[in-house]
Design a binder for this molecule. Structure first.
Ligand SMILES: C[S@@+](CC[C@H](N)C(=O)[O-])C[C@H]1O[C@@H](n2cnc3c(N)ncnc32)[C@H](O)[C@@H]1O
Length: 278
């Protein structure tokens, strides 16, 4: 279904104002590919008709569906592996030691998409830290899209999703076959709490995370939005906590409160000691 330039500009403004996702002009084809199926699913004959309704009812549910359709939900189990290796080898053992009196760990996957990242952490904790019995371990997974979070909280994945990054050993241990898909066990599913949260709106009160994964979402935002979000993270992260960004993302030139850790290719950052800041 074709999308006119004027309609694309309207979509671009809508998406940017509601999610901060920047859609450059060359993404017109992407908007066509994503909005065509949405128009049909919502009973419209064209994207133009769908957008007519969005304009007419800006307070309805349709604008949010347009925004969600334009978000990239690409993710996989143990994506990029290095962050999970760093967590297993160094970061979690050190944190567990530092938190041994409080016996509490707070992990936040912001922009979690369909849940693979949060469930990867849950499986890692079960496998290598025996689930930390006697501890309060909270894994909060948030995303702007309630639709993707519905899928995430079901914990059901198709074969293609399973094939992307999940070791066979963990598949056998933590998933059950249901028809053509795989259902994550209740034990793992219950470890993760899913909630909608738009990173550009005011954040609700949150426990200060010890580990915050904000991977592969800043790349969709402009510089000022990246700075704003990093500034907020700087304020909520535990002073000795860890921030993980995606492979193509950095705090460099955006917020000098952070410094990269020595964990090679893990995309891990910590807060500098105040005296060491520029
Ligand atoms: C590419 S996925 C990244 C998933 C996962 N973090 C990973 O690295 O595999 C980006 C996610 O960011 C979410 N997102 C986009 N804009 C957002 C916003 N303003 N607030 C919260 N989440 C947002 C999208 O819905 C999408 O699920």
């Amino acid at each position: 279904m074709p999308l006119s330039r004027a309609d694309f500009d309207f979509v671009r403004d809508l998406v940017c104002s509601r999610s901060a996702i920047a859609l450059p002009a060359e993404k017109l084809y992407l908007a066509e590919a994503r909005l065509g199926p949405l128009a049909l699913a919502e009973g419209f004959e064209s994207i133009a008709e769908l957008l007519g309704q969005v304009r007419a009812l800006p307070g309805g549910g349709l604008p949010q569906k347009v925004v969600e359709a334009l978000a990239t939900n690409e993710t996989s189990f143990f994506r990029d592996l290095h962050p999970f290796e760093a967590l297993r080898r160094d970061i979690l053992p050190a944190l567990i030691q530092r938190r041994s009196a409080a016996r509490r760990l707070e992990i936040w996957c912001a922009a979690s998409s369909s849940g693979q990242e949060a469930y990867s952490i849950a499986m890692l904790l079960r496998e290598h830290f025996a689930g930390l019995p006697g501890w309060t371990v909270s894994i909060l997974a948030t995303d702007i899209s309630s639709e993707i979070l519905r899928k995430a909280s079901e914990g059901r994945y198709n074969q293609a999703e399973i094939n992307r990054g999940l070791p066979a050993r963990l598949l056998v241990k933590y998933f059950r076959k249901q028809g053509t898909s795989w259902q994550i066990t209740e034990e793992i599913r219950r470890m993760v709490e899913f909630r909608t949260l738009n990173l550009i709106e005011p954040w609700p009160p949150l426990h200060s995370p010890d580990i915050l994964l904000l991977r592969n979402v800043l790349i969709y935002f402009g510089i000022e939005t990246r700075k704003m979000i990093l500034g907020r993270i700087h304020r909520v992260l535990r002073p000795d906590g860890y921030l993980f960004l995606g492979g193509a993302e950095t705090t460099l030139g955006l917020d000098d409160a952070f410094e990269r850790t020595e964990h090679e290719r893990a995309g891990c950052y910590r807060l500098r000691r105040p005296s060491a800041r520029a």
